[in-house]
Design a protein around this ligand. Structure first.
Ligand SMILES: Cc1cc2nc3c(=O)[nH]c(=O)nc-3n(C[C@H](O)[C@H](O)[C@H](O)COP(=O)(O)OP(=O)(O)OC[C@H]3O[C@@H](n4cnc5c(N)ncnc54)[C@H](O)[C@@H]3O)c2cc1C
Length: 460
């Protein structure tokens, strides 16, 4: 067993942990960044291919208002490129294809489109009432936290196609059935990104752009600067704290530090044993914020052939094995990459199929939507986040009913010398890579301020 003594120990080398470790190092502190996997990036993972193109197997897109990831990209000279949005998007309801431009498919019946628009506006108004730092203090917090997203949508969406589209899009963000997620949590998470238009939109919204080179182009130089303070393949098993510091242990590493920053997904934070026991509300929070099922599939073609047919590549088909598609080609547009995202109950069902059957089902859907060329990809790459031990699912841990109002106050509150980072702990851009970065900067500032050490780079 190797023993290390440092100022601070950071657990988890996703964007939150990488950022915390980087900022602490830049502030002149000694750090150990302990990561369970044999790679960094966590819920982001960029595969660089032989031809120099890349596939983002996890988090990929960035958007306006995500200033902290843009700042990090500036720091490391990483450029961004705009998401391809020319052409029409497509929605499939009851086997019928609707092509449209913009966020709302106006080619649906006027009644359905009007209903969809009205619900969108209502959600936006509700989001404005949520205090981001304390959503449990919203005027209607108790009411909204007592009902699920499914209940609210059922009561407020009168048109069936509008209901199904909204349910697919919103519940999809939490990769769970709409009945599993608290309405207060939905509003909080949406509000943290600026409202429903940001969360559910593409252009000028959450899928507005991507880093050239993928997320790996951002996390690799961070890790290079952190250098040999990064320890891979060291799943942390326990964290013990006493009056002077913490001891963080994996199977073959023991790190003694003044404080620990734990930057693992909330859904699996209880896999670590904490000595002494964490305060009750934090322990219970760990038991109450699960993740959902999500599968991200990259289907590669020589070129993005759908563009020539006037399609953007963006499509949504509730209940289909290719529920959502989006053009995920690189900045050069070669190869053409169609990204298929399957979330929640359908992802769980799809996960039970044999790989070959799954591929067949997905390609059949793509062919029905984009034509015969879709049937013959040059490559097909699946990433099933639902079975990743060190993610516990994806895309983010969510709160079921009752949890935010009862346990939300524990989200960021340090427990003695154990501090918390991770996208779920960010009041701004909660659930996105940008939120993870913000949480890492906040945690780094928090520990140094507690110790009266010069504060690292300010976070927003
Ligand atoms: C399919 C998918 C698509 C997404 N799309 C987008 C997108 O387009 N844009 C966007 O902004 N966000 C997206 N997200 C969300 C985004 O990826 C996450 O918000 C972000 O990566 C979370 O970062 P994090 O550092 O908080 O957590 P993580 O990235 O999960 O990092 C946690 C780290 O802790 C490690 N760890 C876990 N347990 C232990 C342990 N016991 N000991 C040591 N280390 C441990 C893990 O291995 C991991 O490296 C997506 C996520 C998924 C899954």
């Amino acid at each position: 067993m190797a023993d290390i003594e440092v100022d601070y120990c950071v657990v988890g080398a996703g964007f939150a942990g990488l950022t915390a470790a980087l900022r602490l190092k830049q502030a002149g502190q000694s750090v150990a960044l302990v990561e369970a996997r044999d790679r960094i990036g966590g819920r982001t993972s960029t595969e660089v291919r032989e031809d120099g193109s890349w596939i983002d197997r996890g988090g990929a897109w960035i958007g306006p208002g995500q200033d902290r990831i843009y700042a990090l990209m500036d720091e490391f000279g990483v450029k961004s490129y705009k998401q391809y949005t020319d052409g029409e998007a497509m929605m499939v309801v009851d086997g019928k294809q609707y092509r449209y431009k913009g966020t709302i498919p106006l080619t649906m019946s006027p009644w359905a489109a009007a209903n969809l628009g009205a619900v969108f506006v209502e959600l936006g108004e509700m989001c404005k009432t949520i205090p981001l730092d304390a959503p449990w203090e919203a005027k209607k917090a108790a009411k909204w936290d007592s009902i699920s997203l499914a209940k609210w949508l059922g009561d407020n969406t009168l048109s069936t196609p509008a209901h199904d589209l909204l349910e697919t899009a919103i519940a999809g963000c939490y990769t769970s059935a709409a009945s599993e997620v608290s309405m207060l949590f939905v509003l909080y998470q949406m509000a943290s990104g600026g409202g429903p238009s940001f969360v559910l939109g593409v252009k000028d919204a959450a899928e507005d752009a991507r880093p050239v080179g993928g997320m790996g182009a951002v996390y690799r130089p961070m890790a290079a600067e952190i250098g040999d303070a990064l320890h891979l393949s060291q799943p942390v098993r326990d964290i013990a704290q006493d009056g002077d510091g913490v001891t963080v242990r994996s199977a073959d590493l023991a790190v003694r530090a003044r404080r620990a920053i734990v930057a693992v997904p909330l859904a699996i934070a209880s896999q670590i044993v904490y000595e002494p026991l964490l305060p009750m509300d934090r322990s219970f929070l760990h038991q109450r914020m699960p993740s959902g099922a999500v599968m991200k599939i990259a289907v590669l073609y020589d070129e993005p052939f759908w563009r020539a047919a006037g399609l953007s590549g963006q499509s949504a088909a509730p209940d289909s094995p290719a529920t959502i598609t989006i053009d995920a080609s690189t900045d050069t547009g070669r190869p053409g990459v169609l990204c298929v995202i399957v979330e929640g109950p359908i992802a769980r069902k799809l996960g039970t199929l044999q790989e070959g059957e799954r591929r067949k089902a997905v390609l059949a859907e793509l062919t029905a939507r984009f034509g015969n060329k879709a049937a013959s990809p040059v490559d097909y790459i699946e990433q099933n986040w639902s079975i990743e031990r060190y993610s516990g699912g994806g895309m983010l841990s969510h709160a079921p009913t009752g949890v935010l109002t009862q346990f939300g106050r524990a989200l960021r509150k340090p427990c003695g010398r154990v501090h918390w980072a991770g996208t779920e702990s960010s009041a701004v851009m909660c659930g996105w890579v940008d939120g993870a970065i913000r949480s890492g900067e906040r945690a780094a500032r928090e520990v140094t301020e507690r110790d009266g050490v010069l504060s690292p780079a300010r976070a927003q």
